[in-house]
Design a protein around this ligand. Sequence first.
Ligand code: HEM
Length: 414
Amino acid sequence: MPVNSRQQSTAIDLNPRDPEFYLNPYPHYDAMRACGPAVYWNDYGMWCFTGFAEVNRLLRDKRFGRQILHVATREELGLAVPNPDLEDFNAVEAHSLLELEPPAHTRLRTLVNRAFVSRQVEKLRPEIAALTHRTIDRFAADGHVELIKAFAEPIPVSVIARMLGVPQERCDDLLDWSHAMVRMYMFDADTNAVNAANTAARDFAACLRELIAERRKAPADDLISHMILSDRKGDRLSDDELISTSVLLLNAGHEATVHQTGNAVKAILENGLDHRKLFKDDASTAATIEEALRYDAPLHMFTRYALEDLDLETGITVRKGEQIGLMLGAANRDPKQFDHAASFMADRPGQANVTFGAGIHFCIGAPLARLELQVSLPILFERLPGLRLEGEPRYRDAYHFHGLERLDLAWLPA
Ligand code: HEM
């Protein structure tokens, strides 16, 4: 990691597409953290924060936002005009909860939040268990499997589609659209990625528009119908808002969980841990999943705009409209916060991590993701005795997403 000096602080050159980095970013994070509270990452052109305390604090800091155009114009900030090739993609993003700030954010979040609170989500436990068994039934007799495609993907996709009321036969389309759209958030998206993301957003929106029209005529017991009918003092969601919110929930509702499933199974097997101890009872299972979320999270960086000129406590100055990077994957391995941070310790005291973020954009799906992992992983290990890795799993070239290309496993079939 080449290091040089910028404004009396540290600047680094580190290509996020270099396999040496994305296959194992943790030693690089340690080196960044050793430089101080933040490093200027030249490839991204922004200050990036790696310590747990700083990341946790900045995620909650109201002087930063996911959006900037509510406090300044593009012209004022010298920002590029939106790419016309991304018209359909940007139309979907325009009303996305994740891209809004209060009061628009509060309004939308309140409308959908109820469906995702723990006591509501907990009702899905038996259904997730049954789905996990059905999914394993398809390959249990084979003795080997590629886990990402056969197990990690179908479970969260099916659950979130069912919650929203999207027919199960559209799950493959959902996966294709989501993969294409997600590429836009990666470092250095090229023209092919731009075109594919825009086409996916257009087709996805068209599918949802049709579904919304059907549900308007005949509401069902699903989240899309619930969002259509939600009325806060006469304030209803427009079709565009319904589409953006549904796309976000469907995409966010599986992408990270798929990769957390793969990362957790890999971590347990690589560390030679005994699944009977890890998943001994509900409390041990919850602690194991929490440690898996900390140890190898699927989303490693989120950005924020400075909403004003700021001299931060850390001695770093940022101008209004500049972005900062909050390195969740690095924060989760901060030795100041976690003893033996590089070790998987399911019984670790004080498990608070930043895998689901913090502050007003804290992941709405955290209770659902936790439940899916807590239900599906113990069943997987119990049903496939002697589960082991076949070959060395490789992470995808998709930073800041951190998930496996494939996860080949073998076991002793009954
Ligand atoms: C292990 C799985 C998951 C991880 C690691 C994860 C992580 C995150 C993180 C870090 C954020 C905050 C982003 C920011 O602050 O800029 C977030 C937001 C969000 N997540 Fe998740 N997520 C997961 C699963 C889910 C699921 C299952 C859903 C399903 C509904 C979901 C829906 C959302 C939504 C809607 C937001 C935006 C919230 C807002 O802006 O108010 N996520 N997620």
